[in-house]
Every structure is written in structure tokens, then in C-alpha cells.
Design a protein around this ligand. Sequence first.
Ligand SMILES: Cc1cc2nc3c(=O)[nH]c(=O)nc-3n(C[C@H](O)[C@H](O)[C@H](O)COP(=O)(O)O)c2cc1C
Length: 324
Amino acid sequence: MKTAITKMFDIKYPIIQGGMHYVGFAELAAAVSNAGGLGIITGLTQKTAAELGNEIARCKDMTDKPIGVNLTFLPTLSPPDYPAYVKEIIKGGIKVVETAGRNPSQVMPHLKDAGIKVIHKCTSVRHALKAQEIGCDAVSVDGFECGGHPGEDDIPNMILLPRAADELEIPFVSSGGQVDGRSLVASLAMGAEGMNMGTRFIATQEAPVHINVKNAIVAASELDTRLVMRPLRNTERVLANASSDRLLDKEKTLGADLKFEDIVEEVAGVYPKIMIDGEMDAGVWSCGMAAGLINDIPTCKELIDRIMREAEDIIKQRFDSMAG
Ligand SMILES: Cc1cc2nc3c(=O)[nH]c(=O)nc-3n(C[C@H](O)[C@H](O)[C@H](O)COP(=O)(O)O)c2cc1C
């Protein structure tokens, strides 16, 4: 399948694995890229820029296909050394960067000078237009269904994607709630040039996370995610667990007085405990409503081949049989 995104990123299939904290290590990115998609290493999971350089090198030992790096711009008082991370990205020969969170304009000139394609992930049409304006090559349009930070507008992809198609000139991919061939065909129908998946790629053989995490996704239904941190305007969609219960209780009790310090134990530094040690109630962790559509733990190749097969069947058989 050829789309503006497969051509732009030089990949076989229009399927991207979004950056994921403590999930997007070299093993997963290489497996996705080897299967014909675009695998992405999560930049800030590496504690220093030098460690990101090593992770890129490790990934390149596992694949000769294009890989990307995610750079997330967090609302924080002590920001990471982004210029140093960008240097390692350029030194590592990375050709695609997925930016997310705040406006990435501070790194755009360096990335563009190095010939790197930038796909900015955002949750509203106005942010997508801003990304286009500052020179991003593509956007990932992340609907309300998504795992992680859906923003504060709460617009699901059934509305957000066609709205993006109506407004944008640069290509975009769908993100949030995407899992299978049906998702891909629907995304293409709504004007996207491919799709980005997070939660679906965690429940794969190669995702280097504890089996408890994969099993929790398989066991979850579409009713099992919660929105936390809304009162702080930093909404995150997470899997419901004892930690999200504690956090939501605090939100209810403290109301408008809630501060980040009140919930810090549930959110700060919890990812290694969950993703590596499999302590499923150690804190909150991002998970999309897509969990309700995930019932197995295939290899990345099995997953991507299945998606492409399903998409082809829908287009060639289901649609054809409806014609006339
Ligand atoms: C466990 C987890 C961690 C994530 N961490 C990040 C991150 O560090 N940076 C980022 O830009 N997006 C992050 N995301 C969002 C994904 O890249 C992607 O946009 C999202 O998962 C898409 O929604 P889906 O889960 O329904 O596929 C994370 C998602 C999950 C599930």
C-alpha cells in the first residue's frame, strides 16, 4: 500500500508505533520497522542524551529499516536538555522525529537543517494547523479515545479526523483507538494517510514490558480506562486500577484545591515499576480505550500482516460486494 506517509517515511505499510514511555525501547521499534511499519524509540525514556545515542545504535543493530525517535515536550519546570537529545538524533542518522506535547518550534530548525521529517502528534485541529505553520511535515491526529494525553477538548476521531482532513494541507495519520484492518480502512476513508497505534503495540511479543502489562490490556474492556488529572488540565487516559481509584478519590475530595503534589505518588517515577517489574497497582499508566478491541499478543509481524490482510479484504471483498 502506498500513501503520502509511506512515501514520506520510506516504509512499506502506513502504520506507525507511537512513542511510549518505558515501552518504546529498541526491541519494539526494530520489530515494528522490520515488519514494514515505522518503529519509534521514546527519547525521554533514556535518561540522558548519550543513552539515547546508545539506544539508537542498539536499534540500528536490529534493523536496517527506517526508525524514528519521539521527543515529548512536557509541562515541567526543569526541562530535559532537548538540544543534546536532538544532537544524538542527528548523529544517529535518524530520519523521522515524532514530536508531542507542547509546540516543538524550539527544535524545528535543527531537525529541518538535518533533513529530518517531523510528525507532530496533537489532539486538536488548531494545534495541527499550528504544526503545519511551523514547518512540520505531517501530523498524527490523536482523538479522545487515545491512551495517554488526549488534551482537554474531548473530540473523538469520528469527528476529529474528517475535521483535520478539511483543514490541513500536510498529510496526517489517525491516532487513538486504532487496532486493526477496520481501523486502517476507516482512517483512510476519513482522509488520513495511515495510522498510529500505541496500546495495540504494547500487547505484542516484542514489546519489552512485563507480561502482566500485556495481560492487563488483553483482559480489559473498552469500559476500563479512566481520565485522571483533568482538574490540573493535564488529562491522561489510563487503565483503571487501584492507583487510578486513589487518584480520582483525591481529585473528588480536594476539588479545586488539588495540586500536583497531592497526587505525585501515583504518577511520578511509576513507569519502571509497572512496565519492568509488573507491579500493576504501583501507579497510573497510559492505556487507550482500544484495550477493548485487543484480545491477543501476536508478534509485530503477525499483527501488521493481519492488519494489511484485513484492510485488503474490506476494500476488495466487503466494499465490492456492496457495489451496485
Ligand atoms: C503506555 C503509554 C505510554 C505513552 N507514552 C507517550 C510518550 O511518552 N510520549 C508520547 O508522545 N506519547 C505517548 N503515548 C501515546 C502514544 O504514542 C499514542 O499516541 C497513543 O497510545 C495512541 O492511542 P492508542 O493507545 O489508542 O493507540 C503513550 C501511550 C501509552 C499507551
